[in-house]
Design a binder for this molecule. Sequence first.
Ligand SMILES: [Zn+2]
Length: 413
Amino acid sequence: MKSILILPFIVFGTFVNAQTRIEADRIFDGNEIHEGWVVVIDQDKIVAVGPSASIKIKAKETILLPGTTLMPGMIEGHSHMLLYPYNQTNWNDQVLKESESYRVLRASVHAKNTLLAGVTTSRDLGSEGAGYADVGLKRAIDDGLIPGPRLLVAGPAIVATGAYGPKGFSTEIDIHKGAEEADGNELRQVVRNQIGRGADFIKVYADYRWGANGEARPTFSLEELTTIVETAKLSGRYVVAHASSDEAIRLAVLAGVETIEHGQGATKSTLELMKEKGVALCPTLAAGEAISEYNGWIKGKSETPNRVIESQNSFKTALEVGVTICAGGDVGVFEHGTNVREFLLMEEYGMSRIEILKAITSGNAEIFHLEQTLGAIKVGLKADIIAVSGNPAKKLSSLEQIELVIKDGVRVK
Ligand SMILES: [Zn+2]
């Protein structure tokens, strides 16, 4: 027992002293910027925050970080720890030619790079053919065996029979799929089984590129999606839907999912429905750009592909309509640890810097039901604190310069 408790602090970081005062130029507390504020943490909790002169606690240690901004650890909304960029190895080959042990070892490196980039929590949206490897990865991180962000995991995710890849093989062979196939009444059992094996929430592919002409078309009926949501809800879990076509987004929203992943095909009226039902949009702008680049697009030089234009337009409309934006890039499609790429695109596509800072901290915390413990620098919350060089409210790329990472009161950078 003892070694499990002590090991992580020796190998991967140091538990900051009981009552450590951290001073930077300013604090972004998850909602707004406060110049000259400081924070005091004790073990894994935030115990004081406010203007420097008002904090009377005599801390045992002080960390001075002039020129930086303190903020809550970033919360990634859409990652795949078990995947890595498709221009290095295409998705089919990752799913079919790499053993689970190899994928897990790679994932442990991805987890470390993510944490060191200032992301202390990540919602991981499916192991993509690696079964429940994400559940094991999460446990190894929680036990302090390997460094990584706190994970919320989906397990294998659910797809309709025949919809998902890998595809293009002999019809006589049963190919190992990137997610678990299920339909109709069977969906109840599959949802329950995934929950029993460790899924924190359920991910469903509400559409996929299986249309008659290879376009994204709905996979599940409204009845099936409702079955999934009802079954998950009984256990206190929510459902998130991959959906890029307007029809599938609408079905998923009507069924009661909490977030739409990608969503670039949503019409204004569907975005209005999302707003009305309180469904958040996780636009994965960076994945759209990355995949276009892998297909030969040179940003700023060649003609902007339709996929990117569609993402830009739907994101702008979502902002106008007032849909809650979940910050999530689909990391894994592009390099783990470069999560900020999505946040920079959110600015480029029209979102204000302060709204983006909120989205990657308190906003995502609220969407993922974590606001009681994470996403803000507030007394009583977990000591997940990072320092970034400069002021991210003035220059968002500050988020790429991480000077300090504390997760659960343990300093890892
Ligand atoms: Zn994804």
